[in-house]
Design a protein around this ligand. Structure first.
Ligand code: SF4
Length: 213
């Protein structure tokens, strides 16, 4: 249902809408979702440093990743303009994220596609309910999901994102500590790297956020 934009939405109504958005996220496929306050969003310079040193393969390849992502001063200012968001997660088979095969065969791409869909769908749902500043974040670089083997069109002046209805920047690209936020939300999350054996962890997890109001 599309609602008229209101200058002021009563606090009780905002809370009710947030709970409904949480429910909607799970209907759309999130394993779990929670309403969080914006002061529970953790922005940490060390997250940005992990993109930069040693350089992630996605660094500088697309508009959503550093160095094109906002600096952390702007990121903090943006987050502070919101009161609430929806933190959501998908739990995936450990083979999708753990070990060298996941990296070499890009087994992480399908879950990331799901997370981007959730991000854009929840954002859209909030937008049409009158929360026109709703702002969504996914997980991981958008390029392997939407533009593998081709250039990021945003980096060509005059062109926008070819997947702008779906592709969203990552929490980590915005400097958010997604691991820390997932842990505080009570979701178990494990370090997934080349040396993680899929059989050593119960599942993989991806986390996203939609700032709503
Ligand atoms: S989806 Fe493609 S065009 Fe859009 S920002 Fe990512 S790499 Fe660039």
């Amino acid at each position: 249902m599309i609602r008229k934009i209101e200058e002021h939405i009563p606090h009780g109504k905002v809370l009710e809408d947030l709970e409904n958005l949480c429910q909607k996220a799970q209907e759309l496929g999130a394993t779990d979702s929670k309403v969080i306050r914006s002061d529970q969003v953790i922005i940490d310079e060390r997250v940005r440093m992990k993109c930069m040193y040693p350089k992630c393969a996605a660094y500088g390849t697309n508009a959503h990743c550093p160095p094109y992502a906002p600096d952390l001063e702007l990121a903090r200012k943006v987050v502070s303009r919101y009161q609430y968001g929806i933190l959501y997660t998908i739990q995936v088979p450990s083979e999708s994220y753990a070990g060298s095969t996941a990296a070499k065969e890009k087994l992480y791409v399908p879950p990331m596609r799901v997370l981007n869909s959730l991000a854009s769908d929840i954002e859209s749902e909030a937008f049409y309910q009158g929360y026109y500043f709703a702002l969504a974040f996914s997980s991981g670089p958008c390029k392997p999901v939407f533009c593998p083997g081709i250039e990021c069109s945003v980096l060509t002046p005059g062109k926008g994102c070819r997947a702008r209805m779906r592709a969203r920047g990552s929490m980590e690209g915005f400097g958010m500590d997604a691991y820390g936020m997932a842990t505080r939300a009570g979701w178990d999350i494990y370090p997934c790297g080349y040396r993680t054996k899929p059989e050593d962890i119960p599942h993989g997890r991806a986390v996203g956020l939609v700032l709503v109001h």
